[in-house]
Design a protein around this ligand. Sequence first.
Ligand SMILES: *[C@@H]1O[C@H](CO)[C@@H](O)[C@H](O)[C@H]1NC(C)=O
Ligand SMILES: *[C@@H]1O[C@H](CO)[C@@H](O)[C@H](O)[C@H]1NC(C)=O
Ligand SMILES: *[C@@H]1O[C@H](CO)[C@@H](O)[C@H](O)[C@H]1NC(C)=O
Length: 191
Amino acid sequence: MKRNISYCFFGLFKTLLTVFLAVTICCAEAAATEFQVGDDLGWQEPDLNNSALYTQWASRNRFHVGDSLSFTYKNDSVLEVDKWDYYHCNTSNPIIAFDNGKSIMKLDRPGPFYFISGAPDHCKNGQRIFIEVMDPRPISQSPPPGAVPPEPYLSDSPAPSPSLGVAIAVAPCALFMALIVTFLASVCSSP
Ligand SMILES: *[C@@H]1O[C@H](CO)[C@@H](O)[C@H](O)[C@H]1NC(C)=O
Ligand SMILES: *[C@@H]1O[C@H](CO)[C@@H](O)[C@H](O)[C@H]1NC(C)=O
Ligand SMILES: *[C@@H]1O[C@H](CO)[C@@H](O)[C@H](O)[C@H]1NC(C)=O
């Protein structure tokens, strides 16, 4: 009887370890992404012939709650502003302002975020970015950088909810977890 009990605890321990590893592997791809705004160009006033730089950059990426934006710049600043101030390049009422050269903005809610440069005329010349943040990244959806399908940009309607995608992505993980729980339950009841 005593041996059975210790075997049972050993089995439980092994099972818990398996569960831990399974969850780690299964759900690791839900990890957050840090986006380098402007890629190699960073955050700077675009050339006159390239004023859509940040619009195009934003349309090449998909942002989810939990991701973050990294702004890298010199002699410049980044201001989070509201929609009105974004469209009017008004730098006088920022929600948050940074000028430390490297600023990380956590995207902590779904919906639109607006950022502009605080340097004179930079915003007017295209150094501003609007992104639409979607619900948290679906579990086990791996985002291949640079290979995401383009999404309509500058749309005022809320981003389409990826709920179907979430359900499909979650299903294999949930099934897997259910199997493990069943196995866990059978460990101690087996003779
Ligand atoms: C803009 O013009 C510069 C030279 O004036 C050129 O090097 C650059 O490739 C041009 N960029 C675009 C996007 O056309
Ligand atoms: C830094 O930016 C300010 C305002 O945009 C400008 O007047 C100044 O010349 C810049 N300095 C350098 C070293 O680029
Ligand atoms: C910016 O916004 C402030 C406060 O909302 C306003 O007083 C100011 O006139 C605006 N500046 C410009 C250039 O629109």
